[in-house]
Ligand binder design. Structure first.
Ligand code: PLP
Length: 443
C-alpha cells in the first residue's frame, strides 16, 4: 500500500531505487533501458557527474533565494546562455518549475503585453486540435488532447482550433505537400479572421508535436507561413518547445530548423534534464520592453521561480551539451536510430508511420497499413506496449489515439543524447519484441 496518489489508482508502479547512464533499476533488481528519457526529459541520462557536482556546489553556496528580493549568478548566466542561442530577438528569459507553468507564464505575458499596448479586447488564443501544452487549467485549455480535457472542459477558457500539421493522416491522395501546407495556412487565416484579428492574443503550437500524436514534424514552410500570418494580423506566435526543445531535435531550439523566430518560446523537460524541476519562457525584447516602459512589472510569479539549484543544474546541462558536442551527436544518432527503426518496422503490418526529428521519434501503430485504420481505442494497445516493454526491461512512452480514436496509438521514443549505437540497437530489438508481444496479447 502507498499513501501517494499514483496515476494508476489500482496498481502502484515499481520503486525506482537507482539509475545511471541509460539504465533505471527498481526494488526487485529489474533494470530498464531508458528509451524515452522518462517523458523526453533525461537528455543526459542518469547520474551525470557534472550535473550532480554543479547542484552540490550550488546547495553549499545558496540553496534558495526568493526572487522578490534577489537574483542569482546561476540564473543570470543560464538566461544569458539560452538567449544567446535562441532565434533572433528572443532576448528575455523567465524561469519557472516546469512546462505547464511555462505555458501559463507565456499566456499571461502575451495578454499583459496587449493590455499595456492599449488592446485589452485581445482575449483569444488559437491552437491546434492535436496538441498538448500542459495540465494546469490555462495550459490544458489551449491544448487539444480531448482525453485529458474532457472532464475539465467546463472550467476551461474557449480556444478556437485549427487542424494540426499531420501529413501522414491528413494529406490527401494526390495532394502535394505544398498544397497541403497551403490548405492548413488558409484554415488558420480563416480562423483568425472569424475570431476577429483584433481579439486574438496568440497562436500556440508545438514545433514538433510530442505526446499528443507522437513526434510529428511540420511540413516544409508551414511555420514560415504561420509566422507570416501572425505578422499580418498582429498576432503573437507562441512556440511550445517544452518537449522538442533543448537539443532534443538536434538544435537547441527545434523551430530554428524551420527558419522562424517566434515571439515567445516555452521550454522545460530537457532544460533541467530531470536533475531539477525547471521550465522557462523566452520572449522577444519588444514585448518585455512594453511592460518595462508601461507598468514596470510583470504581473506574475511563483514561490520557486528562478530557483538557484534548478538554475545550476540547467546551466550545467547546457555546458555539457556544448562541451561534448551533443547537438551534432543527436543529429547523427537520430539518423542512425531512424534507420534502425525503418529496418525493423518498415514492413511491419501494424506500423503505419515512423517519423520525428533528431532523437524525438515515434511509431504510429495501425490496424491496417493500407487504409491507416487505427486500432479500436478500447483495445488500449498503447498500454499493452508499455507493459510488454517494461517486462522486457525497456522504457518507452506510448499514448493512445488522442483525438477520439481518429489517430492511431503511437510509441514515443526519446533516448538520452548519450545513447551509443549499441544502446539504440538494443532498444530496437527489445521494442520489436514488445510491439509484437502487445499485439499478440491484446488481440
Ligand atoms: N508542453 C508540452 C509540449 C509538453 O509535452 C508538456 C509535457 O509533456 C508540457 C507542455 C507540460 O509540461 P509539464 O508536464 O512539465 O508541466
Amino acid at each position: 500500500m502507498t499513501n501517494i496518489i499514483h496515476r494508476n489508482l489500482r496498481q502502484s508502479p515499481p520503486v525506482a531505487v537507482s539509475a545511471s547512464g541509460m539504465i533505471v533499476r527498481d526494488q526487485r533488481c529489474n533494470s530498464y533501458i531508458d528509451a524515452s528519457g522518462g517523458a523526453a526529459v533525461s537528455s543526459l541520462g542518469h547520474g551525470h557527474p557534472d550535473i550532480l557536482e554543479a547542484m552540490h556546489r550550488q546547495i553549499d553556496i545558496n540553496a534558495y533565494a526568493h526572487t522578490a528580493f534577489f537574483t542569482t549568478e546561476v540564473a543570470e548566466e543560464l538566461a544569458a546562455r539560452l538567449v544567446a542561442g535562441a532565434p533572433e530577438g528572443l532576448t528575455e528569459a523567465y524561469f519557472v518549475s516546469g512546462g505547464s507553468e511555462a505555458m501559463e507564464t507565456a499566456m499571461k505575458l502575451a495578454r499583459q503585453y496587449f493590455v499595456e499596448s492599449g488592446e485589452p479586447q485581445r482575449t483569444k488564443f488559437i491552437a491546434r486540435r492535436q496538441s498538448y501544452h500542459g495540465n494546469t487549467l490555462g495550459a490544458l485549455a489551449v491544448g487539444g488532447n480531448e482525453w485529458r480535457r474532457r472532464q475539465f472542459a467546463p472550467l476551461l477558457i474557449d480556444v478556437p482550433r485549427v487542424a494540426p500539421c499531420y501529413e501522414y493522416r491528413d494529406r490527401m491522395e494526390g495532394q502535394t505537400q505544398a498544397d497541403y501546407t497551403a490548405s492548413l495556412l488558409r484554415e488558420l487565416e480563416a480562423k483568425i479572421v472569424e475570431t476577429g484579428p483584433e481579439n486574438v492574443i496568440g497562436f500556440c503550437a508545438e514545433p514538433v508535436v510530442g505526446a499528443t500524436g507522437g513526434a510529428i514534424p511540420p511540413t516544409r514552410g508551414y511555420f514560415q507561413g504561420v509566422r507570416a500570418l501572425c505578422d499580418k494580423y498582429g498576432v503573437l506566435f507562441i512556440a511550445d518547445e517544452v518537449m522538442c526543445g533543448m537539443g532534443r531535435t538536434g538544435t537547441m531550439y527545434s523551430i530554428s530548423q524551420d527558419g522562424v523566430a517566434p515571439d515567445i518560446i516555452t521550454i522545460g523537460k530537457g532544460l533541467g534534464a530531470g536533475y531539477q524541476p525547471i521550465g522557462g519562457v523566452l520572449a522577444q525584447g519588444r514585448l518585455v520592453d512594453r511592460l518595462r516602459q508601461g507598468s514596470g512589472m510583470f504581473q506574475h510569479g511563483h514561490t520557486y521561480i528562478g530557483h538557484p539549484v534548478a538554475a545550476a543544474a540547467a546551466l550545467a546541462v547546457q555546458k555539457v551539451i556544448e562541451r561534448d558536442g551533443l547537438l551534432a551527436q543527436v543529429r547523427t544518432r537520430g539518423e542512425t536510430f531512424m534507420g534502425m527503426l525503418r529496418n525493423a518496422f518498415g514492413r511491419h503490418p501494424h506500423v503505419g508511420d515512423i517519423r520525428g526529428r533528431g532523437l524525438l521519434l515515434a511509431l504510429e501503430l495501425v490496424e491496417d497499413r493500407e487504409t491507416k485504420q487505427p486500432f479500436a481505442p478500447e483495445r488500449k494497445l498503447h498500454a499493452a506496449v508499455k507493459a510488454c516493454a517494461m517486462a522486457n526491461g525497456l522504457m518507452v512512452y506510448p499514448m493512445g489515439g488522442t483525438i477520439d480514436g481518429q489517430n492511431g496509438d503511437h510509441i514515443l521514443l526519446a533516448p538520452p543524447f548519450i545513447a551509443s549505437d549499441a544502446d539504440l540497437s538494443e532498444i530496437v530489438s527489445r521494442l520489436v519484441e514488445s510491439v509484437d508481444g502487445a499485439l499478440r496479447q491484446s488481440s
